[in-house]
Design a protein around this ligand. Structure first.
Ligand code: ZN
Length: 484
């Protein structure tokens, strides 16, 4: 273990006397309004007295997370030290998909508490998709009755004929929000639209272009039935739904998805085409931009901001204050968006998607990812980092923990620690010492021997993952070096 074993690594940490242990019984908390209000804190541990100092409660909270790790790893032998610390990025998130497979409230709390210990400050909660709708709506009770349970599950090699589903009650969601707020974590609920809407359309087929029955999906994929962009009733529905969402989730951001929305039916739908003509648009991507703008404006009037996946940038009619989550920017729209002042969240598929095996995305590759992307001129337009766990193939909590840790921790260090203070081998040593701490919290991470498989294992694991769906570009991108 390191002399002072902390993840993410503090930006300045000087061990003043490793041979003398700090007196943590005589610990003083101070607030200093002159310090930055971005989570920065200072810590001075000596043999006689110890002090933590920050501008506000949030900074003191991070000091306590540092202390929590020091005491968990070093016991009563915490060395005398001085720390001056502040986050590299204001946005440090994890995302959990509770649609493909759900987690209990207790399981979510375990993940969130661990995330707090690693100084994450965003919990992005994926609550609606083709395979289920998980938000207890009282305004649209049919979404719970018709959209929350799928008849079977067919993900990859798993075929399970038992109905699967459920939803989170408002009380449970508020409990998660409170739990997060106690840890200075904001909650961003995601309702993906206009695509990935099969579950909603199953209950409300009148919101699709064709108005015909739509099945709730039992497999992974991209499906052609999406919300109609022409019908006024679609917007009426969304506004009422988001009114209800905002009552449960009080924080600044609402995620409205925007990824993987095929425009096949929009091209022939009379409602969509009428809207397109009225607005003078030349293609259907602009219609998605129009939908995004209308919802963003509606939420803005309620004091909120929206986040969208990067496909939304295919439209040229977007508001500038939209935040874009960059997961797979095939058309290279993100750098120019950032260069015009747009803000990005870095969630690169090949580096941060923790649902892929370690063979494909080793911990070193996740750790070394650079959230300032190629072609991006201003570093400050990266709002921060976020690692998702999609759960098509993650059926239980043990698997979820195994896939996400230590990769979440690797992302936490990029979010918090300045690049010049990062080093993978050093991280690895500190992280290994923290595995028993995670284990005590009920989180069994992947073991160190699995973190960075050798090139042969990676090649085998990656190509066999894509067997039958040969995708050379994806294989090569996964196999790229740890710094690419
Ligand atoms: Zn339509």
């Amino acid at each position: 273990m390191a002399v002072a074993n902390i993840v993410p690594k503090p930006n300045v940490c000087v061990v003043t006397d490793a041979a003398v242990f700090a007196n943590l019984y005589n610990l003083t908390e101070q607030t200093d309004p002159a310090m930055p209000k971005n989570g920065a804190y200072e810590m001075n541990l000596t043999a006689t007295e110890s002090t933590i100092k920050a501008a506000d409660e949030q900074g003191l909270f991070y000091a306590k997370q540092t202390m929590r790790q020091l005491q968990a790893v070093h016991g009563s032998n915490v060395p005398c030290l001085v720390i001056k610390d502040a986050p590299a990025y204001p946005y440090r998130g994890i995302m959990v998909d509770s649609v493909r497979h759900m987690q209990s409230v207790q399981e979510l709390k375990k993940i969130i508490d661990a995330a707090a210990m690693f100084k994450f400050n965003v919990f992005h909660w994926h609550l609606s998709d083709d395979q289920g709708f998980r938000f207890e709506s009282e305004v649209f009770p049919e979404l719970i009755k018709e959209s929350s349970v799928r008849p079977s599950s067919d993900f990859g090699k798993v075929h399970d004929n038992t109905p699967y589903g459920g939803y989170y009650t408002k009380e449970q969601m508020k409990e998660i929000v409170d739990f997060c707020h106690e840890r200075f974590i904001t909650v961003i609920p995601e309702f993906d639209l206009p695509g990935h809407m099969s579950a909603v359309l199953h209950a409300k087929p009148e919101l699709s272009c064709k108005g015909e029955p739509v099945a709730i999906k039992t497999t992974a994929g991209i499906f052609p039935d999406i919300l109609c962009a022409g019908k006024q009733e679609v917007f009426d529905f969304l506004f009422k739904l988001f009114d209800e969402v905002c009552e449960v989730f009080p924080d600044q951001y609402i995620h409205i998805g925007g990824d993987e929305a095929p425009k096949k039916y929009w091209k022939t739908c009379p409602h969509c085409q009428k809207r397109k003509a009225e607005l003078g648009f030349t293609d259907e991507e602009q219609l998605q931009g129009y939908m995004t703008c209308r919802i963003a404006d509606y939420l803005k009037a309620k004091g909120r901001n929206v986040i969208c996946w990067n496909e939304t940038l295919a439209s040229d009619v977007l508001p500038k204050d939209l935040v874009i989550q960059n997961w797979m920017d095939k058309k290279k729209k993100c750098p120019s968006f950032a260069n015009k002042g747009g803000r990005l969240i870095y969630s690169d598929y090949y580096h941060y998607y923790t649902d892929y095996p370690y063979d494909m995305t080793p911990v070193a590759k996740t750790y070394n990812a650079n959230p300032v992307i190629k072609g991006q001129k201003a570093k400050e337009n990266t709002l921060g980092v976020e690692a998702p766990i999609w759960t098509e193939h993650v059926r239980d909590f043990a698997r979820l923990c195994y896939m996400t840790w230590p990769r979440f921790a690797a992302v936490s260090e990029t979010g918090w620690t300045k690049p010049q203070n990062k080093n993978y081998n050093d991280f690895k040593e500190r992280m290994i010492a923290l595995l028993p701490v995670l284990s005590d919290m009920g989180i069994e991470a992947a073991q160190p021997k699995e973190w960075d498989p050798n090139p042969f294992t990676r090649l085998f694991g990656t190509t066999s993952f894509f067997a039958g769906t040969v995708n050379k570009e994806m294989i090569l991108n996964f196999l790229k070096g740890n710094n690419d």
